[in-house]
Design a binder for this molecule. Structure first.
Ligand code: FE2
Ligand code: FE2
Length: 368
């Protein structure tokens, strides 16, 4: 009997199962290198391998034991809850945006898998390699499951090809902590917000994959917890100049989400979700969670906040309108849009942040 990536206990097994199908279109979408598209990262693995988790040992062992117990083994595969989807009959605009959503999600999941797997391969520190092996296992399942959904639409991302050909961006370990911690926690907040909304409105659930979001987001929650503990091992990471870096990453991650989600109006309409309200809710949850480790939160109620997010979205629309066009008019539009996006970002990042006193114990449970 063939194995499924959901049943795999290691990242290697899960990827071997996935290494069959692909489609050129989906892979090309996943290969895209724009400011907004999900990236692959590489870092200083030796520095990360040198982390000593002794200061957080108790919380660490508890978290690792929970991940080793693997509550979601076997979860990420189609079962009797997987409803048939008429991809051919789907409204073309919805189909396009939904596929874009799935490919982008699959790429993000796989980006985590590649980074975590590499850390596990390069490291010698037992604590660190064990954690990264466990997280890579989860992300391989997540990416594999999205690919299963894409395959039904006749598209799937060639994950092996991506590993080899996609560009890798180098980030220092501390930037990896800030960016990855946030992407795990915002991932949790996004999945659980959609899940809870569709629990109230099951008639709007136009695809079965949303039924899997609850257990899914618990994996992301644990991954975020692990990064919070890693940051807790070194107080310098959340002090001094690094507070500015934290603010930068918070602003960049929130703004990227806003602009990206507003690129998919039809998808959100089908789910009965207003992307602005949804974004606000996700930012609120993520900010609340990030108080476990970050000494500041962003003031998302400040009058400049929403206005400048909308201006960034507008700049992105203007850029898209002249995409691929040559000539003076297009060049000027592009320049204007880039300036607008740049000024909006400056306006966002200069909003005074709210300070937060970080609790002694970091650990949280998923309560949303
Ligand atoms: Fe994931
Ligand atoms: Fe994750």
């Amino acid at each position: 009997m063939n194995m499924h990536s959901a049943d795999a206990t290691t990242v290697e097994e899960a990827l071997a199962v996935q290494a069959q199908m692909d489609s050129d279109t989906a892979t090309a979408m996943a290969m895209e290198e724009t400011l907004l598209s999900p990236r692959f990262y590489t870092t200083d693995f030796d520095e990360m391998d040198a982390i000593d988790v002794e200061p957080v040992r108790q919380d660490w062992d508890r978290l690792i034991a929970q991940m080793v117990s693997d509550p979601n083994r076997g979860h990420f595969k189609k079962n009797e809850d997987w409803d048939h989807i008429d991809w051919e009959g789907m409204e073309p605009a919805l189909r396009k945006e939904f596929i874009d959503f799935l490919v982008s999600s699959c790429t993000s999941e796989f980006s985590g898998c590649v980074l975590y797997k590499e850390m596990k391969r390069r490291g010698n520190n037992k604590d660190i390699t064990q954690l990264f092996q466990l997280m890579a296992r989860d992300e391989a399942r997540h990416a594999g499951f999205i690919n299963d959904a894409l395959r039904e639409a006749g598209v799937a991302v060639n994950l092996g090809f991506l590993t080899q050909k996609k560009k890798y961006t180098y980030f220092r370990p501390k930037f990896i902590y800030y960016a990855t911690y946030l992407s795990e926690k915002i991932g949790y907040a996004r999945y659980i917000t959609i899940y809870r909304h569709l629990e109230q409105h099951p008639e709007l659930r136009f695809h079965p994959i949303f039924k899997w979001f609850k257990e899914w987001c618990n994996d992301e929650f644990s991954h975020g917890e692990a990064f919070a503990l890693l940051m807790k091992t070194d107080p310098k990471l959340t002090r001094g100049i690094n507070v500015y870096w934290i603010k930068f990453f918070l602003t960049a991650v929130y703004a990227t989400m806003h602009v990206r989600d507003h690129q998919r109006p039809v998808f959100h309409k089908a789910l009965g979700i207003d992307p602005t309200e949804y974004g606000y809710e996700v930012f609120r949850k993520t900010s609340e969670l990030s108080r476990q480790i970050f000494p500041i939160t962003l003031d998302i109620d400040h009058p400049r906040w929403q206005r400048n997010l909308d201006r960034m979205h507008q700049a992105n629309v203007e850029l898209a309108q002249v995409e691929g066009q040559k000539g003076l008019g297009a060049t000027l539009t592009r320049l204007g849009a880039r300036l607008k996006a740049g000024f909006s970002f400056v306006s966002l990042i200069t909003i005074p942040s709210k300070s937060n006193s970080v609790p002694v114990s970091t650990r949280l449970e998923p309560v949303y």
